[in-house]
Design a protein around this ligand. Structure first.
Ligand SMILES: Cc1cc2nc3c(=O)[nH]c(=O)nc-3n(C[C@H](O)[C@H](O)[C@H](O)COP(=O)(O)OP(=O)(O)OC[C@H]3O[C@@H](n4cnc5c(N)ncnc54)[C@H](O)[C@@H]3O)c2cc1C
Length: 386
């Protein structure tokens, strides 16, 4: 018999933004009473949910994936409505179109923005003069925002506390197994190596890069995954650029985005930010791969190239770099889209795996959950047999 303390209505593995929001949804929208989050790090939202470019996408970034662009347009207003205190708008967002090696021309970009209904206008001469006109065809002002991951994490923690969700940090889930009448059994490993077990009719695997690192009866996700060890530089911009975000489209170029948690900007570069990448293979834990990676910065190369297009960035001060694993679906390689992965594991009833390619995709996941049969009744039925 399983101890009452170890029985839950649902166990969420992974305390990033997705795991946290799914936990809150299960309590508030689906009436589950005992929900547990287990998180390997010492706190919530410490990994991809913090170590990212902080862009609240509004479609502009995805001229090759109409679906992702369109979903971004739908989700941005929802994100701004629900997380307004985490959203920063106090900067001018510029999208510049490169003359050479770009997969999109200025005309095509304008037409695409019109099709998805995303507002844009040609930048004024002072903004345009920041760019080298020999390399940049056109500069547009767009409506795009940044999120503060620290505020977002705090808001998510507050919601979890208000919803009565139990959170166990420094706890890794290592196996998910059929647990007979008890539903699913999750084996946990604490910070000191201590092992424990919890059971629940529902288990949500929200471990981002770690989706396939679960042992036991967990079948793995069907979608092929690609992992990248990424570097984003944190920089302090010179006054001429300080209130700006710049994205050069669409190819081997760069972006600078506000990074509100540190009042700095991130610099990322399509060519230099991914240090290495691999398609998911059994036996390679992406988090371990990152931990073992020597982390030799490529910020000099990022800056040198960015400076060709945007000379003023040459005066930026480099503060440090953020390294993180980024996980995307192999099927999105061609169009750079960011659909969600949402898998209900038929081989392990009650177990789901979720991966959201962008922060605002959480709404697509919650929409999906609306049509799942999830109820508290399984636990209540189980309690009778205790
Ligand atoms: C470099 C980079 C840049 C990005 N830029 C943007 C952007 O500008 N805009 C945007 O919208 N999105 C961006 N994203 C994507 C966005 O960050 C993710 O879609 C989102 O944060 C995913 O949230 P999550 O909760 O699934 O993942 P995470 O926040 O990584 O949460 C997963 C959690 O699971 C935990 N975990 C893993 N394995 C286990 C285990 N076995 N047991 C217990 N816990 C475990 C991890 O410690 C982690 O905390 C970026 C991502 C990266 C990496």
């Amino acid at each position: 018999m399983v101890e009452r303390d170890s029985r839950f209505d649902a166990v969420i593995v992974g305390g990033g933004f997705y795991g946290a929001l799914i936990a809150v949804y299960l309590v508030r929208q689906r009436g589950l009473e005992r929900v547990l989050i287990v998180e390997a790090e010492s706190g919530l939202c410490q990994r991809a949910s913090r170590n990212n470019q902080a862009r609240v996408h509004n479609g502009y970034h995805y001229p090759r994936s109409f679906t992702t662009a369109f979903r971004s347009r739908v989700n941005l207003p929802r994100f701004v409505r629900d997380w307004s205190s985490a959203v920063t708008r106090e900067f001018t967002a510029l999208y510049a179109i490169a003359r050479r090696n770009s997969k999109v021309s200025a005309l095509q970009f304008e037409r695409f923005c019109r099709e998805i209904g995303a507002p844009l206008r040609r930048a004024d001469p002072s903004s345009r003069s920041l760019f080298d006109a020999r390399l940049i065809e056109e500069v547009f002002v767009v409506e795009e925002y940044a999120f503060d991951a620290t505020v977002l994490g705090q808001l998510a923690s507050d919601l979890l506390a208000e919803s009565g969700v139990e959170v166990r940090c420094q706890t890794r889930a290592v196996r998910i197994e059929h647990g007979g009448e008890d539903g699913l059994q999750v084996e946990l490993c604490g910070g000191q190596g201590e092992v424990g077990r919890v059971v629940a009719p529902y288990v949500f695997n929200c471990t981002y890069s770690g989706l396939n690192q679960m042992g036991g009866d967990f079948p793995g996700v069907h979608a092929a995954l690609k992992h990248e060890v990424t570097e984003m530089a944190l920089i302090r911009l010179p006054p001429a650029l300080r209130d700006m975000a710049v994205t050069v489209m669409d190819g081997p170029f760069f972006s600078i985005m506000p990074y509100p948690p540190r009042s700095l900007h991130t610099l990322s570069h399509v060519r230099y930010t991914p240090h290495l990448h691999w398609e998911e293979v059994a036996g390679i834990d992406p988090y371990q791969k990152l931990a073992d990676y020597p982390r030799v910065s490529r910020v000099d190369r990022m800056l040198r190239d960015a400076q060709r297009y945007l000379p003023a960035i040459g005066a930026a001060e480099v503060v440090e770099s953020i390294f993180e694993v980024k996980t995307v679906l192999v099927k999105s390689e061609g169009d750079d889209g960011r659909p969600i992965l949402f898998e209900r594991h038929a081989e392990l009833p009650g177990c789901y795996s979720v991966l959201g390619g962008k922060i605002d995709n959480i709404f697509d996941v919650l929409d999906k959950l609306d049509s799942e049969q999830i109820a508290c009744s399984k636990l209540q039925a189980g309690e009778k047999s205790l």
